[in-house]
Design a protein around this ligand. Structure first.
Ligand code: NAD
Ligand code: TYD
Length: 358
């Protein structure tokens, strides 16, 4: 079997966690293709700087010539597609990039993979996998008492982000059914953990709390998400890559539904304990309720029983252990946060929060 994989988007939050963990456990070379948007950060990969098992290539998944060259040169036995525009609020302000990367980019990646796969020997063809990393948001929004999302739920995406991910999932499915490409798709719930860009709820709350800024909670803060520690998402992906049935989709989740306001309270309590405010008050004092996100999905919940029963995967962390590790990581890495809070990031904060009433 060939001894390389291509990972796309491996300088982002989940992709960089995946690459770091992969190379901590395996000597299979990783070709990391990432065009380094605002969300891509080489610092996330600094531990691999001198490591010949990690080959970083700056480029886009939509660059068919580049992708074909990499496939032919490195002869990978898998492509794992993390590359995406991933922030719902940005997709509301500027959807175009989401269409280009998540839909057109995934299509071009699939097409290059199909041509490469067609040219492989029958043994390598049988071993090849295209694993597409997707989200639970494609299923839409649940009511309070609805059962959690199963793989059989219909797709009802509500934001430009989730609609673009849904479209990419459909293309992946079609490449299996039409051309026989050996694909796998994972649909995961909200991740949290190290290297999470501080535009998303948990790292934003930690960064703002420590900077003595407001902690913005959209609407009534009662929206529910199912949170999974990023290392558990990565172990789920490895599990599906190794043993998932070709053409199948697998939901990955932490059985951990929580309202946003409870997440914010938990983070405040951990910070109160680890880094108390100088005035002795709780970080909760900094919470501000702001205008809600348009079309805000009320509840996501993942039924992860398929991956558990078929592949024996289970999350290693509970929310209590994972969020503690996460807060500790941010406290230990203030320079990482300072470095990503670049000029471009400050412009985004202005765009997203300036128009919201408190
Ligand atoms: P992220 O925004 O942190 O990282 C995305 C990475 O992709 C960045 O490094 C960026 O530079 C790169 N990228 C963007 N466009 C590219 C292109 N055209 N070509 C090559 N690279 C490109 O995202 P994330 O949170 O790490 O999410 C990774 C994947 O997991 C996404 O597909 C996302 O939809 C999915 N997902 C995320 C979550 C979550 O909670 N963050 C949950 C479920 C699924
Ligand atoms: P986010 O981290 O952006 O992930 P997603 O939209 O993919 O679920 O947001 C998580 C939840 O937190 C979501 O319900 C929106 C909410 N939220 C806030 O209340 N305030 C904020 O400043 C942000 C960024 C998100």
């Amino acid at each position: 079997m060939n001894k390389a994989i291509i990972v796309t988007g491996g300088a982002g939050f989940i992709g960089s966690n995946f690459v770091n963990e992969w190379l901590a456990q395996s000597d299979v070379q990783v070709i990391n293709l990432d065009c380094l948007t605002y969300a891509g950060n080489m610092e996330n990969l600094s531990a691999l700087k001198e490591d010949p098992r990690h080959v970083f290539v700056k480029g886009g998944i939509g660059d068919s010539a580049l992708v074909s060259r990499l496939l032919n040169q490195y002869q990978p036995y898998a492509v794992i597609n993390f590359a995406a525009e991933s922030h719902v609020d940005r997709s509301i302000h500027a959807p175009e990039d989401f269409i280009q990367t998540n839909i057109v980019g995934t299509f071009r990646l699939l097409e290059a993979a199909r041509i490469y796969w067609n040219g492989l020997s029958s043994e390598d063809k049988a071993n090849f996998r295209f694993l597409h990393v997707s989200t639970d948001e494609v299923y839409g929004s649940l009511k309070k008492d609805d059962p959690a999302f199963a793989e059989t739920n219909r797709y009802e995406p509500n934001s430009p982000y989730s609609a673009s991910k849904a479209a990419s999932d459909h293309l992946v499915r079609a490449y299996h059914h039409t051309y026989g490409l050996p694909v796998l798709t994972t649909n995961c719930s909200n991740n949290y953990g190290p290297y999470h860009f501080p535009e998303k709820l948990i790292p934003l709350i930690i960064a703002n709390a420590l900077a003595d800024k407001g902690l913005p909670v959209y609407g009534d803060g009662q929206q529910i998400r199912d949170w999974l520690y990023v290392a558990d998402h990565c172990s789920g992906i490895r599990c599906v890559l190794e043993a998932g049935r070709i053409g199948e989709t697998y939901n990955i989740g932490g059985w951990n539904e929580m309202a946003n306001i409870d997440i914010v309270h938990t983070v405040c309590a951990l910070l109160d304990e680890a880094r108390p405010r100088q005035d002795g008050k709780s970080y909760r004092e900094q919470i501000v309720f702001v205008t809600d996100r348009p079309g805000h999905d009320r509840r996501y919940a993942i039924d992860a029983s398929k991956i558990e029963k078929e592949l024996g995967w289970r999350p290693a962390e509970t929310f209590a252990t994972g969020i503690r590790k996460t807060v500790q990581w941010y406290l230990a890495n203030p320079e990482w946060v300072a470095n990503v809070q670049s000029g471009a990031y400050r412009d985004w904060v202005e765009t997203n929060y300036a128009g919201r009433n408190q």
